[in-house]
Structure formats: C-alpha cells, structure tokens
Design a protein around this ligand. Structure first.
Ligand code: ZN
Length: 196
C-alpha cells in the first residue's frame, strides 16, 4: 500500500510511550493524556488493535473502569486509511495495546510528520520475559518513554514483569485480565519461571 504524503509539515509532533508490565496503569496514563487533550479542545483520534476484545470491541477501558470509544485497526497501515478519512486535522493520536500492531513504528513517525502528537500504551515484555518486537521498534523512534511499574504480587517491590500463571499458554499473545496474570519483580518472576 502506498502511504499518503505527510503534507502539512509545520512542526513535527512528539511520540510519547507509556510502557511496563500488566497492572502498571499504562491505559490509565494514556487516558489521562487523552482527557488533557480534550480539555484543551484539541482534535483527537483513538485507536486500538482489533485483537483486543478483552472487555468491549470498540472501547478502551482501563482496569479502573474508565472508557473511551476507539477506532479499530487490523494492522499498522490501517491507520493511514483512518487518518485520511478524517474531515478535520487531528492534533493528538492515542493508541492502546499497541504491542499487538506489527510494524507500527514507521506509521508513528509518519503521524508525527503530519504534526500530530502520538501517545502509545504498550507492554514492553511478553509473558516469557522477552521483548515485544513492535515495542522495541517503537521505543527506538519515541521522543519520550515513560516506564511504569506495578506492585509485585509476591514481595510488594516494584514489578516489571507479567507472569502468566498457566505455563501452557506462554508465548507471544498476552491477553486477559487479572485472573491469568500476576505482576512480579524480576527476582520473583525468575524464581516462578524456573519452578514451572
Ligand atoms: Zn517480587
């Protein structure tokens, strides 16, 4: 697909990433930035991957119950189509669960070249402790990365890992709520991984 030319280059926008393990309130931070934009009368666009059907197919819902309507995309290139179909200029773009949108980094750079600020919420690591490739790529082009931590369910120190309780399901896709995962610090994560 040929991507549209980023025509109105006045000043590039900034790419901000909220990242960390599950339960680190990434979506809450994303929605906080969203509310700030809306209060400032900025035109906004909210996007999430179609794969995330955790609570509702067209809304972003944080663990504390806050919700916002979102446009769904199957792949990163779908964002070009959504952006091109908007009648007015978009100032701020918000993308939730972005680790599930492959090849996203190139589109984020394109969005920032149109002058839009982009806010992204994404997991940094899979439940096997290895990085999401999409996230590593996005970190490389980001202007600002906010690393969030959760609370370790075993020792109460800062948690940086998402531990999946059912070892059969370990791997690429990490979906689901509280029941399937525990936030852990690296020490507790390593101990529990070796015991599984
Ligand atoms: Zn711990």
């Amino acid at each position: 697909m040929r991507k549209p030319y980023a025509e109105r280059i006045l000043m590039s926008g900034k790419i901000t990433v909220f990242t960390g393990p599950m339960f680190s309130e990434k979506t809450t931070h994303l929605l906080s930035a969203y509310r700030r934009s809306v209060r400032g009368n900025r035109t906004v666009l909210v996007i999430k991957p179609r794969i995330d059907r955790r609570y509702d197919p067209e809304k972003i819902i944080s663990h504390n119950g806050e919700e916002v309507l979102a446009r769904l995309v199957d792949k990163a290139e779908g964002i070009y189509d959504i952006f091109g179909s908007m009648k007015y200029g978009i100032k701020d773009v918000f993308i939730d669960e972005a680790q599930f949108i492959p090849n996203l980094s190139e589109v984020l750079v394109w969005l920032s070249r149109t002058g839009s600020n982009v806010y992204v919420s994404m997991l940094d690591l899979k439940s096997d402790g290895k990085p999401f490739e999409t996230s590593s790529d996005v970190f490389a082009v980001a202007d600002k990365i906010v690393k969030l931590t959760a609370v370790c369910t075993r020792c109460n120190s800062d948690a940086t890992r998402s531990f999946r309780k059912n070892p059969e399901d370990k791997g690429d896709i990490v979906l689901g709520g509280k029941g399937e995962y525990e936030a852990m610090c690296l020490d507790c994560f390593s101990k529990n991984m070796s015991e599984q």
